[in-house]
Every structure is written in C-alpha cells, then in structure tokens.
Unconditional design. Structure first.
Length: 509
C-alpha cells in the first residue's frame, strides 16, 4: 500500500472513531422512545426513515409532493423511462444490418449505413402522449410502492411542508391547511433541489421548459433547443434525437459533458453529430422568449437560435429557503447548501441533512447512503462515515457512460503515478454480434501497487457493466486480481478482464 493510501486509510479510521464516539453521546438513552422527523421523502429521506424504524424510533416523514421526491417523480425515474423508450429507436437503427426486414421495406431495398436515424423515424411513429403517460404512470407507481413500504414498516407519512422551528420542533403545514408542531429528538433535512432558472428565460411549461416539465408535452418538438451540455442536457438531447426531433444543443464549454472523461465525451459528441444533432460549442444562452409558434433563444454574443421548444438544463439550486434553517442556527454554504460532515451531521446537535440539499454529490444513491448513515449515527448504531471513493455514476446517453473512482483529470491534479489501459468494444465478439460499434473500457491503476484507482465504461448497459470495477475500487483490488476472475465467453464483460490483463507488470524478483 502506498504512503498516500496509508494516510487516507488512517484518516478514514480516525473519522470513523470520532463518529463512533460522538454516536454514543448524541444518541437518545431510550431508542424505542426516540422521535425522528424527516423533512423530505426522496431517497435520502425514505431510506433514513426505514433505518430509523428498524432501530426502534418513532418516525414521521413530511413530504409535500409525493414520496420518492424529484428522483422518482420528476427526475431520475421519468427521464430514464423516456430514455428507455428512445433506446428502442436506437436499437431499431441496427435492425437492417442484423438481417431484420421491417414493415414498409420493399424486397431488395437497401439501407445505407449511417442513415438509420432518419429511416427509423419513417418506420416508427412516436406517440408522445402515450410515452409521457407511461412515464408518469411508472413514476406514480414507484412513489406508491415507497409509500406502501413506509406504512408497512410503521412510518407516519404526512403530506405537507415542514419548517424547522428549533432543533427539537418541526412546524408542519398539511396539504389541507392544518398546522401543527412535531416534537423531535432527531431531525433529518432531505429537501432536495430544483432546476436553476435564468432570470430572462422563465419557464412557462409549454415552450420554455425545465426538465421537470418535459413530460407534459403533447407532441414531439419539431426543433428542440437544449441549453446546457452537462449530464441532464446531454441525456435529453440524445433521447429526443433518437425519438426523431431536430435537436440543437447549446454548450457554453468547449465540448459536451465537460466534467466527464475526455475520451468518453469526445465519443458522445461525435455520435450526437453523426445522428444529426447540431452542437453549438462555446455559446452561452442569455434569454429566451416565445414567438407565435415557437421560441427564440438569444446568446450572449447577440446571435439567436429559433426552435419550437427550448429545454434549460443549467444546473439546480438546493431547496433550503423558507425552512427556518438560519433561525435554527443551521450553517449554509454560500451556494445555499446545508453543510454536513461525513456522518451527515449539521453544526446543530440533533439536526442532520442528506441528498441534493447538501451538495455532496447529486446522485440518488449518495442521498440514500447519507440518509442511512445519518440515522445509524443519530440512533447509536455502528456506522462508517461516507466515502465517495467507490461511488459509481452513469450517464444515460446512447451509448451510456459509467464511471467509478478517480478520474484521469483528478489523478493528474493529485500527481498520482498511474497507468492506463483501454480497449474499444468494437473488438469484442459479443458487441459484434449485437451490432455495437461504439464504446470502450478504460482502467486506471497505480503504477507501483497495481491497485485499481478508477475506471470508465462506455457502451450499452454501462450502468450494469461498471459493477465489477466498482467492487475493485471499493475493496482496493489490483488489476491482476480483477484479471484472475473468469468471464463468460462471449460477453461484453470479457473486455474488462482483457483490459485488466493489459495492466499486468512482471515482478522484478
């Protein structure tokens, strides 16, 4: 183990020991009598509630919009359901080369390579109201499942808004207007975040949209302008291109997905352009206004872009206003996020926070982990402080981009000595059978120890393929240890093993 890794492990052990000691001091004497109030029913909130109930606390969840929060109702579940529909269109693009003849093709008619998206649109009609009805139905069903689970576990669910009066009291305004105050030994804030809105581009829910409003469309946009080339912007731009819309992606940076692996971002941008998307780099939108039958987006250089609809995906802001946090003494960052430590504590005794309102990492999986850690810590159970080292993330473009561990940019910033191994999926026999041409596997390993430090997977179902590499990063496996595990032949995961084998260094004995 390197000195850098040893120091990190020692530091983590110190944090864990400190957290464990404070757990005993902070925990209520009688766990069965502990009163826990969770404000916000997203992943951080409902996962925390389940842990608190298992530890014997009396738990109340206050949620105003629906259990599951934005992750289930307006963000992750709906967007990925829409993307799953768009994925079928991408798969259909490959049908002719696989020998599949679709209705409408005359005998002997040839389909030129590279023209699949336009052809696919002619053969498949997208019923936008039906697609969006399914999206919303699945989100509602998932929300209902979460409510049912909480109620079966004995959690009280209140529909309304919560406001922190002080560390021991939460004021609740229910949906019917009734007001009351809940006593609390522990409070968890899990209020999430909302889409950032530009002052001169106020969404109207019809032509000027945030991503939460995309599921109310009754027709496929003729020309969709997507402002913002981060994860959300890239996902929606890719999905609507596959569905048949003419898409213009406005990026203020040099490339799409500026915060991601450079090789992955370059590949996705190339595919976007091949599929007919217009990508406008180094262009920043300043305003948007409606016209008689569409929208006009004005850029900072004074030029304009016209379309039928515009989606603004320019980040999010934490939902921390009007929650009484300042009055209760809860410290906020300049960005408005709640400041927490690695066990989700705020600076106020008995008050914890989890999820997007903390700004730690905007992933539902991280929110859920924060919530679970918070309740275990607050109620005196064994707890390991949050570590982001083994957190995997996925971008649901086509192909998908999955990452885990340290990025190449971060490794370079840290001055870490590392080696890189990379192979394209086009050489994989399973990929050839499926008509998959785009994608790659990349692994970063420590030059001295061979420990896997990070990885990037680009390809179909990358969100599933990243898991063995997540295990490697989480448990400090070496590339040799990954390579020793057998893989199915033929399989996409076979390339993971091959890339790991390429990182082997002959011992100098």
């Amino acid at each position: 183990m390197s000195s850098q890794q040893t120091a990190a492990t020692a530091d983590q052990s110190h944090v864990a020991a400190t957290a464990a000691a404070s757990t005993v001091r902070d925990a209520p004497h009688d766990l069965t009598a502990a009163r826990v109030v969770v404000v916000g029913g997203g992943p951080g909130g409902y996962e925390a509630a389940l842990v608190a109930r298992r530890l014997g606390a009396r738990v109340t969840v206050v949620e105003r919009s629906g259990l599951g929060g934005s992750a289930v109702l307006t963000d992750v579940v709906p967007s990925k359901t829409l993307i799953a529909t768009a994925e079928w269109m991408t798969i259909a693009d490959r049908a002719p080369e696989l020998g599949i003849r679709l209705d409408g093709l005359a005998d002997g008619e040839e389909v030129a390579a590279g023209t699949a998206p336009a052809v696919a649109v002619l053969r498949h009609r997208i019923d936008v109201p039906a697609v969006n009805a399914r999206v919303k139905a699945l989100a509602a069903a998932q929300s209902a499942d979460i409510r049912g689970r909480l109620e079966r576990e004995g959690v009280d669910v209140v529909t309304g808004t919560g406001r922190l009066v002080d560390p021991e009291h939460v004021a609740v305004t229910e949906a019917d207007g009734r007001e009351h105050v809940l006593d609390a030994d522990v409070v968890l804030l899990a209020t999430g975040a909302t889409p950032r809105v530009l002052p001169d581009a106020r969404p109207d829910g019809e032509r000027i949209l945030t991503w939460t409003q995309m599921y109310n469309l009754t027709e496929l946009p003729q020309r969709l302008i997507v402002v913002g080339s981060g994860v959300t912007g890239a996902e929606f731009a890719g999905a609507y291109t596959s569905l048949g819309a003419d898409v213009v992606l406005v990026s203020s940076r040099d490339r799409v997905l500026p915060g991601e692996d450079a090789d992955a971002a370059e590949l996705i941008e190339r595919i976007f352009r091949q599929r007919g998307m217009t990508v406008m780099s180094r262009c920043r939108a300043s305003s948007a206004r409606r016209t008689a039958d569409g929208v006009v987006v004005t850029l900072e250089d004074g030029s304009t872009v016209e379309g039928s609809h515009v989606l603004f995906a320019v980040g999010s802001v934490p939902t921390t206003r009007d929650l009484g946090l300042e009055d209760a003494g809860v410290r906020l960052a300049a960005s408005g996020h709640v400041e927490v430590d690695k066990v989700s504590r705020t600076n106020v005794r008995g008050v914890y926070a989890a999820g997007d309102c903390t700004g730690v990492l905007p992933l539902a999986s991280v929110a859920a982990t924060q919530g679970r850690i918070a309740m275990s810590h607050a109620l005196g159970d064994a707890v390991r402080p949050l570590s982001l080292r083994g957190i995997s993330a996925n971008i649901f473009t086509a192909p998908e981009i999955a990452t885990v561990g340290l990025s190449e940019t971060r490794l370079q910033q840290m001055g870490t000595h590392y080696r890189t191994s990379m192979l394209p999926l086009s050489r994989n026999p399973r990929a050839k059978m499926l008509g998959v041409r785009d994608g790659f596997i990349k692994i970063f390993a420590h030059s001295g120890t061979g420990t896997v430090l990070g990885a990037v997977v680009v390809g179909p179902r990358a969100s599933e393929s990243i898991f063995p590499l997540t295990l490697a990063v989480t448990h400090g496996l070496t590339a040799d240890e990954v390579a020793e595990a057998s893989t199915v032949y033929p399989s996409m995961s076979g390339t993971i093993g091959e890339v790991a084998r390429m990182l082997h260094q002959r011992s100098e004995d």
